[in-house]
Design a protein around this ligand. Structure first.
Ligand SMILES: CC(C)(COP(=O)(O)OP(=O)(O)OC[C@H]1O[C@@H](n2cnc3c(N)ncnc32)[C@H](O)[C@@H]1OP(=O)(O)O)[C@@H](O)C(=O)NCCC(=O)NCCS
Length: 161
């Protein structure tokens, strides 16, 4: 049977999605182990508007329909041969259905086309689900930032692509 997520596709996140993305993030980041603070709609718009920023969204509709409800999204920036994954979130009730994987793989595919060599990210040391998610996609721990998230350290993770 074809899973819905195999039919789902991403679309470019725009300022029009900022309110929905901020609401999704506020809900998705309630677990204190995540460490990071959810972004406001204004911060999301600023990130998308920055020279090197971009975002991807995904919905559950089976088609890349920007008007349907968001299942998840990511924000990133790319500068020369390096890129940074700034944020990724999938709705609580949509997790473990492959949406995060599709978002990440779509971003990596896009970055490969732009000759990006490495992707970096920061993740709270206690955010074990996200660390496993990144490791399964080939990211490796390359450093640590003490007390980056208040009392929590951040791991720096890197993927060579
Ligand atoms: C991290 C996150 C984006 C993953 O999204 P997702 O759509 O649930 O991930 P996927 O379904 O694509 O998972 C792909 C694989 O990653 C791994 N994985 C994902 N979530 C996991 C978890 N909670 N525990 C262990 N492994 C996990 C699994 O190997 C999974 O494959 P499987 O389901 O076939 O076993 C999601 O959990 C989330 O939004 N978390 C809260 C926000 C957050 O922590 N963001 C990162 C901040 S740095």
């Amino acid at each position: 049977m074809t899973r819905m997520t195999e039919l789902a596709a991403t679309f470019p996140l725009t300022a029009d999605h900022a309110d929905a993305a901020a609401a999704l993030m506020a809900h998705a980041y309630t677990d204190s182990r995540i460490g990071a603070t959810p972004w406001s709609a204004g911060s999301i718009i600023s990130s998308l508007a920055s020279a090197h920023g971009f975002g991807l969204g995904i919905n559950t509709g089976g088609q890349p329909d920007p008007d349907a409800a968001l299942a998840g999204f990511l924000l990133a920036r790319q500068l020369g041969s390096e890129a940074e994954l700034l944020a990724i979130a999938v709705n609580q009730q949509e997790r473990r259905h492959g949406y995060g994987r599709i978002l990440l793989n779509t971003m990596i595919g896009r970055l490969k086309q732009e000759q990006t060599a490495s992707v970096f990210l920061e993740v709270a040391v206690e955010n074990h689900p996200a660390i496993q998610f990144y490791q399964i996609h080939g990211f490796e721990i390359s450093g640590r930032r003490p007390r980056y998230y208040g009392s929590q350290d951040a791991l720096i993770m890197q993927l060579s692509i």
